[in-house]
Design a protein around this ligand. Structure first.
Ligand SMILES: *[C@@H]1O[C@H](CO)[C@@H](O)[C@H](O)[C@H]1NC(C)=O
Ligand SMILES: *[C@@H]1O[C@H](CO)[C@@H](O)[C@H](O)[C@H]1NC(C)=O
Ligand SMILES: *[C@@H]1O[C@H](CO)[C@@H](O)[C@H](O)[C@H]1NC(C)=O
Ligand SMILES: *[C@@H]1O[C@H](CO)[C@@H](O)[C@H](O)[C@H]1NC(C)=O
Ligand SMILES: *[C@@H]1O[C@H](CO)[C@@H](O)[C@H](O)[C@H]1NC(C)=O
Ligand SMILES: *[C@@H]1O[C@H](CO)[C@@H](O)[C@H](O)[C@H]1NC(C)=O
Ligand SMILES: *[C@@H]1O[C@H](CO)[C@@H](O)[C@H](O)[C@H]1NC(C)=O
Ligand SMILES: *[C@@H]1O[C@H](CO)[C@@H](O)[C@H](O)[C@H]1NC(C)=O
Length: 457
């Protein structure tokens, strides 16, 4: 071997060793240092993990971003609320087997996976092509000890579950960043609410802000963009063990993410490979009618109304405060009209079509009943105000939802949405001699169609 060959050999070894630094794993011996701009990259080069500074901030965080998309879109952050103020961060497997973030010469970590599993002192961390960072037991490198998908920040990726496990107590919640410069816990959070019949609810602090509505069997009622031609496969699980939702794509080349952003909007985005930009394919809340409780208890919101006040009381109700209603503030909602008999006096139901049904966290769900039995159940019980199919888009409807008490946060759509049957008194049904609920529905629908037309002209 002549000196030149020898030099090439050394260089080659050097490059190979540098190259191995950008592998997809972190071990006790192979860690990443901010100082050296080190990252690990998933095997298919989809995601990278390393140090970054958000927006105009100079603080340093450990995060995960798309490796091949020019703009650094951070989908997960480790030390959200504990930034490092300089470039001294080191992310490594500590002596106990946790993945931990240290500042140079400090023994207390800034952040750690901090899992309490005894006996496993040897683990590795790997970044996967899904964007999931997993802590694995070193021996087989298969047993997952911890994963970032169980601790989401503001972004929801394909194959990531949102929701909770009753078995483990784990609840996967998205929380907005504080600002584009600060990935700390912001005020908006999107969480699965299992009460009554499950739905996703975005909160502003502890106040409901927006509601996805329940799962219809094919999509969330409150996300009309999830039509049948949707490019994403959805999996909704509602069992004794868990209530969760995850997604996959029909075509693996699709890159998509959902973000609970700092302005309280759930954005669904898809990467457009040709134009090299993100396309927002849904964002909610979008209209006034999307904001939780916009028309108060027993009012519903119809953005297509011709006379442009979007709030209406359900039949048999009147505005609680006519003054507020007059100045187009519907949030006080509606109260029962006096002298209406709603108990065993020949009441019936009026069908509302294309509805985001009222808040299901206070509904009763009985999955063994069909719509007919559901109607009977509701009619029998004087405290029952309304009913609907639970999975309205499976077969011709599966399960029964009933509401006692106030109907909250319902709205009307033009095309999507579910059927909602609202209890009305005999007078309402009897206003026309041949008025049965079906007839009433038709009249109602004609009115609705008419207002939609004038509204959009
Ligand atoms: C992680 O650290 C905790 C102490 O903070 C320790 O009890 C646990 O065993 C460690 N986890 C692993 C996988 O070693
Ligand atoms: C910090 O650690 C570095 C090596 O990592 C060492 O050279 C330096 O002396 C240490 N500084 C202090 C103050 O201990
Ligand atoms: C690890 O968990 C323990 C107990 O829950 C907690 O006291 C400690 O602050 C945690 N450490 C880190 C670095 O998160
Ligand atoms: C992890 O496993 C690899 C081989 O699977 C082995 O070479 C290495 O020594 C192990 N590391 C530790 C810290 O046990
Ligand atoms: C998504 O949920 C379905 C139903 O529980 C499950 O079969 C599938 O494995 C989940 N996908 C992922 C990536 O967790
Ligand atoms: C997947 O998407 C790519 C890029 O848009 C397209 O070229 C390809 O034909 C698609 N594959 C399928 C099976 O639809
Ligand atoms: C939040 O999403 C909305 C809708 O896509 C967008 O207009 C807004 O700029 C986003 N806000 C931030 C802070 O990204
Ligand atoms: C009527 O509904 C109330 C409230 O859900 C419930 O407590 C009661 O048992 C129901 N009565 C009948 C006869 O189903």
């Amino acid at each position: 071997m002549n000196p030149v060959q020898w030099l090439l050999m050394v260089l080659l070894i050097f490059f190979l060793s540098r190259f191995s630094l950008s592998a997809d794993i972190i071990t006790q011996h192979h860690f990443i240092e901010d100082n050296n701009d080190e990252v690990i990259i998933s095997s298919g080069k989809v995601f990278a993990l390393g140090f970054f500074s958000p927006g105009n901030s100079r603080n340093r965080y450990v995060g995960i971003w798309y490796h091949q998309i020019p703009e650094k879109i951070v989908v997960w952050v480790a030390n959200r609320n504990n930034p490092i103020k300089d470039n001294s961060g080191i992310l490594r497997i500590d002596s106990l087997g946790n993945l931990s973030l240290f500042q140079r010469n400090q023994t207390v970590p800034v952040w750690s996976t901090n899992i309490s599993i005894r006996g496993t002192r040897s683990s590795i961390a790997r970044i996967l092509d899904s964007g999931n960072l997993v802590l694995l037991q070193n021996d087989t490198r298969k047993v997952v000890l911890w994963q970032s998908f169980d601790h989401p920040t503001n972004t929801w990726l394909l194959s990531m579950k949102i929701g909770l496990s009753f078995r483990t107590g784990l609840n996967r919640i998205l929380t907005s960043w504080k600002s584009p410069d600060d990935p700390g816990f912001g005020i908006y959070s999107l969480r699965m609410i299992p009460d009554g019949f499950p739905q996703l609810v975005m909160y502003k602090g502890s106040t409901p802000w927006w509601r996805s509505g329940p799962w219809t069997g094919q999509r969330w009622t409150g996300i009309p963009e999830m039509s049948k031609k949707y490019v994403i496969n959805d999996y909704f699980v509602n069992s004794d063990d868990e209530v969760s939702y995850n997604t996959s794509v029909k075509n693996a080349s699709i890159i998509t993410r959902g973000v609970t952003n700092e302005t309280g909007i759930l954005e669904g985005l898809i990467w457009n490979h040709e134009d090299q930009r993100w396309i927002v394919f849904y964002s909610h809340p979008k209209e006034q009618c999307d904001f939780y409780g916009h028309c108060g208890p027993n009012g519903y919101c119809n953005p297509y109304r011709a006379d442009d006040f979007e709030c209406t009381c359900f039949p048999g109700f009147e505005p609680k405060s006519p003054e507020a209603w007059f100045i187009r503030d519907g949030t006080g909602g509606c109260v029962r009209k006096p002298s209406i008999s709603m108990c065993g006096n020949g009441e019936g139901f009026i069908k509302f079509t294309h509805v985001k049904v009222p808040d299901t966290s206070v509904a009763h769900a009985d999955m063994s009943m069909g719509l007919k039995q559901c109607k009977e159940k509701c009619l029998r019980n004087c405290s029952c105000m309304a009913y609907a199919s639970a999975y309205s888009e499976i077969n011709r409807g599966v399960g029964c939802l009933t509401w006692d008490g106030d109907l909250l946060d319902a709205r009307i759509y033009t095309q999507t949405g579910q059927d909602l049957y609202v209890r009305v008194d005999a007078n309402y049904l009897g206003r026309c001699p041949t008025f049965n609920s079906l007839f009433a529905t038709n009249i109602y629908m004609q009115v609705a169609v008419l207002t939609v037309k004038t509204g959009s002209s």
